[in-house]
Write a protein that binds this ligand. Sequence first.
Ligand code: B12
Length: 449
Amino acid sequence: MKSPPLRILLVNPYIHDFAAYDFWAKPAGLLLLGAILRNQGIALDYIDCLNRFHPRARQTDKQVRYGRGPYLKTPIPKPDALADVSRRYSRYGIPLEWFREDIRAIPKPDAALVTSFMTYWYPGVQETIREIRSAWPDSPIFLGGVYASLCREHAIRHSGADQVFSGCGETALFTILKHLTGQDVSGDINPDNMDSLPWPAYDLQSTIAYVPLLTSLGCPFSCEYCASSFLYPVRRRRSPESVMAEIRFWHDRHDVLDFAFYDDALLIDAKRHAIPLFEMIIQSGLNQTIRFHTPNAVHIREITPETANLMYGAGFKTLRLGLETTSFDPDKRLDVKVTRNEFYQAVRWLKDAGFQARDIGAYLLAGCPGQPVSDVETAIQIVKETGITPVPAYYSPIPHTPLWQHAVKSSRYPLEDDPIYTNNAILPCSREPFSWETIKKIKVACEAA
Ligand code: B12
């Protein structure tokens, strides 16, 4: 097919927050769109405001364990809405001057595509869009991603983008291309068939410290606090062969050693999905050199002696388990996934398979509406008895989830007025004004021997 002579700029925006860390966080969706555009013959520029490996960044601290590491940061004033929070607020990412220079160094784009993640990071999205606009006032700016999907109306009013796209980016992309070229450009991809999609263009980065793997979309559970079933109502999966080919590609061509699974439900229906994939990895021999991580957590109930042995054998190094809470009361709404015995058993099987306790963490929700701190402390105790690490996951209220209305009622902030209040760092659903006390209590409980 004849390619339209276009040039498109992709931008991963700044984060404004009290804390942020590159915990294998890459804009997989935006770079997937980049790969589709590149296959259409469209010229691309990519600016990653969060690039830890920017050529002007100091060479120290580049590579922390397994590719993770701290972002560059610049302290900035807090938004007025968060004035009562006694913590420092920063712009995470490259200094603004570097961004300004980089953006003026590229040829004028026909359009800019900006992605977004956490709802409460929208000030970083606004700032990024403002900078693009000031450099290229005539280029249309399109916004998509998680914030654009969860807070569509807010993004339309406040992001500064010319158009906001919620949901599936592949479909949006063809609308954008039609708008820019006047032609139908659909290529041969079908968003419902993940195997028809190219692999995200991680090679647009200056350094590939690790590669995220997305082997499936969606989750069969609908936990009250989670937006997965709103964002991906239909579950889709790739074939194990396609995932294996992608792993091989990044390792063989780009020497990538660390891979992070982004799936919401990696181990679900393991017989047809994860197990054949893990077996292929073992057969390939790549398990001797590469390492896998599950920062987005796996379902504890799906850990069996078989999956535990295969994960260990395939080269999984750091594991996060989705425990969430240990108030194992079937009427409570946060713990639909697992019982106490299932948790103990899963940890035993993982250790028997060869995992070191220190490489396994269990996520525990903290700061949910009506959740007493003592619940979290008990959960921390239960996790510590097994020798693995409790990892607090501070609750961020998310629009379109079942818990949202309850969160709105319990919060001391007007959550519906401004997504800035959904920042999990300020425990928005606890009744008292922000104080370090609760967070300190949880930290101390996690650290105590
Ligand atoms: C992987 C993941 C992570 C990774 C990092 C991801 C990253 N890149 O930063 C890790 C594990 C580190 C992580 C951490 C957290 N996460 Co998270 N994460 C996800 C997850 C599972 C997938 C995101 C993803 O990559 N999806 C796949 C890609 C392909 O999708 P996508 O980016 O949305 O892109 C598609 C479209 O949006 C669109 N698109 C994207 N950009 C653009 C641009 C344009 C112009 C267009 C047209 C389209 C478009 O096209 C793409 C293809 O269709 C989502 C849930 C989900 N299922 O989406 C939660 C999610 C985003 N995370 C969430 C949360 C709460 C967290 C944590 C705060 C958890 C905690 N309590 O500790 C932490 C904090 C992160 C931090 N502060 O750094 C929440 C968001 C909450 C909020 N208020 O916004 C989500 C929604 C999960 C949930 N609980 O419901 N997360």
